[in-house]
Write a protein that binds this ligand. Sequence first.
Ligand code: GLU
Length: 373
Amino acid sequence: MSAPPRLGDFRRIVVKIGSSLLVDRKSGLRSQWLGALARDVAALASGGAEVLIVSSGAIALGRGLLGLGTRALALEESQAAAAVGQIELGHAYKEALGANGLTAAQILLTLGDTEERRRYLNARSTIKTLLRLKAVPVINENDTVATSEIRYGDNDRLAARVASMISADCLVLLSDVDGLYSAPPGIEGAALIPRVEKITRDIEAMAGSAGSELSRGGMMTKIEAGKIACAAGAHMAIASGKVMNPLNRLGDGGVATWFIPAANPAGARKAWIAGTLEPRGTVTIDAGAARALGRGSSLLPAGVVSIEGSFRRGDAIIVRDGEGHEIGRGLSAYDVDDAARIAGRKSGEIEQILGYAGRSELIHRDDLVLRRD
Ligand code: GLU
């Protein structure tokens, strides 16, 4: 059996925190626990990792603050509770992270922000900018506006989508379960599965049917999260947050189920670009640009001779040489009209031509896959 992955080896880590860890039904926010978690986050950050938090707890906190008790809530009541709880939650993270010299940044996402191309690109670039500026994004679903048809409802899958959006290499799901078990805990022979290389039907069956989901801590959504994370090349851990300093413990080889992806995030992204997309256009480039791509450079507008098709920023396009041979595929940083306007021009002229400062590359090398034949 291979050794478990080491948390300290990952460079971009999304940590999902379940409501039951943060909120006590009687006493409200568990601020000591959160303070200790913030110290774990600071330790990972000082080791050079970028850390993002996806935190639940808005509805649970708001329920307490509004005196709604423990009864089932109507949708609009949960939304109202989230509105009250989210302020409290954001404040708690600001204080806890701030005490460790970290700046908290609140981001509330809806399903559309992660699934619709333009909004996805915008959300992604904001999150990446925050990471560059060394802030810690604290993300939740925008529960006050998301209605049942258009919401995730669970932060496990939201966290996995965030991890895939920003090419994180690790996702940690902290909740009140310490991993995936071969049978419901308590049943004789139930054993924790330390490592999952592939999410097979057997593994899915271990998550239980929808009927037993509640008693097993929402294991189904965690398995779904595992599929999303692994497809994007991220490792995922399911670990218990029912202890103080849970990330520190996980880093020390603590109990968890680790889901192992087949590729790393860059490889997974490139496989996706090369294989599964329908290209929306073509750029033909000159010999100098083709040589530069061969050396691993990005495609700059200066090397572009002509452009065809109808594509938007983020769409896959084909790159051809002067003889019409396909030399690669990549994601365009510009809509076709803007790409045509800057074709053949120097990157320094982009702002003057388009009236806004876009990227200096038409296709960034991270978004480009060259053909190997
Ligand atoms: N977004 C919800 C909240 O903050 C929680 C969703 C979940 O528990 O996964 O209350």
